[in-house]
Design a binder for this molecule. Structure first.
Ligand SMILES: *Cc1c(COP(=O)(O)O)cnc(C)c1O
Length: 465
């Protein structure tokens, strides 16, 4: 399997190199040249299999010769062994035809663990073969950073630097990034919002001297390997609700379009997904873009679902690439226009997107009310992101069973949950000591040169020891 860039002018790479690289050298995102298909019978045969076996069957066709079958099965097993639920991604029923897919049983209590734990195993195995070292730099709205640190802490050949927007992540999110004691973990509180953090990381990837000098590797949600790991739970959920014999709809709380794009890939592989519904918070650019065809960022408004406070939605580029008939030059043109304010999606592309994706948004008040009402009606405690999903799903019920992705554990956002329903959700016992541990982070301005100097200095110090 070969990987091509959405902007059409970067080297074509095999899976392993696309994974280690993250962002393509033309600024684009890697996508598989073709989408492997699963037949009706192959999907039916997934029923009743353990999560790891489904993961192997869904992902294997994408890997080429990066790992042997036995190696890859071993990496999957290790990636998910630390999850706090045997099913990995259990389904819970919250309405007559409405189910919640709980994706928060991993070590940092958000769905990011599904991808990050696996990419951590895969990168480690790759480095062990080559003997090389890498520097991981990632931007986070809170959950990617903690998941990446958890996956890479203590590895000899890896330094991990995470930029998070100062003052804009929850205390639990921050502590998950600042309390690990391993010297290869570097948390950076940057002045700015998530879009600023993400932009500086992209700048580092586009500075080829820096990129090659520190051997930069990307684990942000633009990394194809992360999208791929998220395709798996669409299969486990749909099959346990009757696929491939009946259709299933999914609602996905999203900001960077990563998780929902994984659902789109599952659908293109042959999984009978009826509708894919994009759920946004008050930062509703994706909802507006899908409805009007106009993609125009107008500033991030901080919300109680901070992991979705995004206006520049990176993975949307992958959907645009397909909607424009895989025309890399057309996508490059749109992304150039985005730098100067925004772009209009062509009528044909907008129609193609609307055939696949429906959308809705959820205000702050609606998010809180959904947490309260869902708890009263079902006993289930939602995190604010999952509540955005449940609210939007409720106006799209009917027809097929609906699965809403529950993307984080409520205890990761205790203030918002307590304000909504009057009870403070407790952390699982295995992380209850988090508030007693010392924090370690560096505060830096939104300044590329200063960030790069900090990264270079820390790597030099560690490799000298
Ligand atoms: C990252 C995140 C999201 C949004 O994920 P996308 O990659 O934008 O789809 C939603 N909820 C939580 C809790 C997250 O951490």
């Amino acid at each position: 399997m070969k990987y091509i860039s959405t902007r059409g002018s970067a080297p074509v790479l095999p899976f392993g190199e696309a994974m280690m690289t993250g962002l393509a050298r033309d600024g684009g995102l890697y996508v598989p040249e073709t989408i492997p298909q699963m037949t009706h019978d192959e999907i039916a045969a997934l029923a009743g299999l353990p999560y790891g076996d489904v993961a192997f069957r869904v992902m294997w066709p994408y890997l080429g010769d990066t790992f042997t079958e036995t190696e890859f099965r071993g990496l999957i097993a290790k990636a998910y062994e630390g999850f706090g639920h045997a099913a990995r991604a259990p389904l819970v029923q919250i309405g007559a035809d409405h189910f919640l897919l709980e994706l928060f049983h991993g070590p940092t209590l958000a769905f990011k663990d599904f991808a990050m734990q696996l990419i951590g195993q895969m990168m480690q195995a790759t480095l062990a073969k080559s003997g090389q070292r890498i520097t991981i730099v990632g931007a986070t709205s809170g959950d990617t950073g903690s998941a990446a640190i958890e996956a890479f802490r203590g590895l000899a050949n890896v330094d991990v630097f995470i930029l998070f927007p100062h003052g804009r992540v929850s205390e639990v999110q921050r502590r998950q990034m600042t309390t690990p004691t391993e010297s290869n973990v570097h948390a950076i509180a940057m002045d700015g919002d998530f879009d600023d953090c993400q932009a500086r990381v992209k700048d580092m990837f586009n500075d080829f001297d820096f990129r090659d000098g520190v051997r930069l590797a990307g684990v942000n949600s633009i990394n194809w390997a992360r999208v791929l790991a998220q395709v798996v739970y669409y299969f486990t959920a749909a099959v346990s609700l009757g696929a491939p014999h009946r259709k299933v709809d999914f609602t996905v709380p999203t900001g960077n379009f990563g998780d929902i794009f994984a659902g789109y890939i599952a659908r293109r592989m042959g999984l009978p997904i009826g509708r894919l519904i994009v759920a946004t918070n008050q930062n509703d650019i994706l909802d507006r873009a899908l409805k009007t065809g106009e993609y125009r960022p107008d500033g991030v408004r901080p919300s109680i679902s901070p992991s979705m406070d995004i206006q520049v939605s990176s993975n949307f580029e992958r959907a645009l690439f397909d909607a424009y008939g895989r025309d890399g030059a057309a996508v490059a043109q749109l992304m150039a226009e985005l730098k100067t304010g925004g772009f209009s999606i062509s009528q044909g592309a907008a129609e193609m997107l609307r055939e696949t994706f429906a959308s809705g948004s959820c205000s702050e008040e609606e998010t809180s009310a959904t947490i309260k009402l869902t708890h009263e009606a079902t006993g289930e405690v939602l995190c604010p992101h999952s509540a955005v999903g449940v609210h939007v799903a409720e106006s799209h019920l009917g027809g097929a069973p609906m699965v809403t992705l529950a993307t984080a554990h409520p205890a990761k956002f205790p203030d918002a949950v307590e304000a909504a329903m009057g009870v403070r959700p407790a952390l699982p016992p295995r992380m209850a000591d988090m508030f007693d541990r010392a924090e370690r982070m560096t505060r830096l301005p939104n300044d590329l040169a200063k960030l790069q100097a900090h990264i270079r200095a820390n790597i030099a110090e560690r490799t000298a020891n």
